[in-house]
Design a protein around this ligand. Structure first.
Ligand code: SAM
Length: 244
């Protein structure tokens, strides 16, 4: 998928049943997510993230956080309890419109549509924390690389990034992305669809090092309904330098 197609796809996906598009629990399809249950999952996931940071011995300042691929703000709202300000960034204007409606902290949590294949509109060394969950997996690998590089650029010295990617397993590693997209397009009969793109773990590790990041912790596990074909990779990365 090229960048324009990606943006159109996610804007269309966010128009209807957006909570299910974010969390594809089969029991919740058809606008069956309750708002409080949906946002409670974000509170739990962010609590888990901070337990992992603590276990990895990574401390963070309670300053500014960026939630990349924020969708409806499920994680941004939870981050608001831990940071003074949160910027939620997403490619989809329909997701961002609804995130603004759900925003419980409009003075501290701001949402932005970012319709570009990098984060150049956000200033260097301006965040204490950059987080991204279940987002990069939906972005073509050549763009994933640009965003990950920018995560490191956006962090203040001493800042921390926590993000997730997926890598393909077994036979799935040998299917090129353009072939998988073609099959998905055919199966969805021209309707928007949720794409998935694996990137080998070693490639992400090399990218982190090349961008000047220090990998503090890495873990992997099966990826939900795609568990047989994809594995989740989780990275805790710091930007060297004293906290400022
Ligand atoms: C599965 S949802 C996850 C939303 C949120 N991270 C959460 O966990 O609740 C994936 C989100 O990534 C966004 N996304 C996809 N490609 C993107 C890109 N290139 N830049 C920013 N956001 C993107 C989609 O619009 C969608 O809101």
């Amino acid at each position: 998928m090229n960048f324009d197609e990606t943006q159109k796809n996610w804007t269309a996906l966010g128009e209807d049943d957006a909570m299910w598009v974010v969390l594809t629990d089969p029991d919740k399809k058809g606008n069956r997510w309750k708002r409080e249950d949906f946002f409670a999952t974000g509170q739990r996931e962010i609590a888990d993230v901070f337990i992992k940071l603590q276990k990895a011995g990574v401390t963070h300042l309670p300053g500014c956080a960026l939630d990349f691929g924020c969708g409806l703000g499920r994680l941004s709202q939870a981050l608001a309890a831990r940071f003074e300000t949160v910027d939620g960034v997403d490619i989809s204007s329909s997701m961002i419109r609804q995130a603004m409606e759900f925003n419980q902290f409009p003075d501290r949590v701001k949402y932005h549509v970012n319709a570009r294949a990098d984060l150049a509109d956000f200033p260097t060394a301006s965040y204490d924390f950059v987080g991204s969950l279940i987002v990069l997996q939906h972005i073509p690998p050549r763009f994933q690389e640009k965003y990950i590089r920018d995560f490191l650029r956006l962090l203040k010295p001493g800042g921390v990034a926590y993000f997730q990617t997926v890598h393909a397993r077994g036979w799935r590693r040998f299917i090129p992305h353009f072939v998988a997209d073609f099959i998905r397009q055919r199966r969805s009969h021209g309707q928007p669809f949720i794409p998935l793109y694996g990137v080998p773990t070693e490639q992400v590790r090399r990218l982190i090092a090349a961008a000047g990041g220090e990998l503090k912790h890495y873990e992997n596990c099966g990826h939900g309904e795609w568990g047989a074909r994809y594995f989740n990779d989780y990275f805790i990365v710091t930007k060297p330098g004293a906290k400022i």
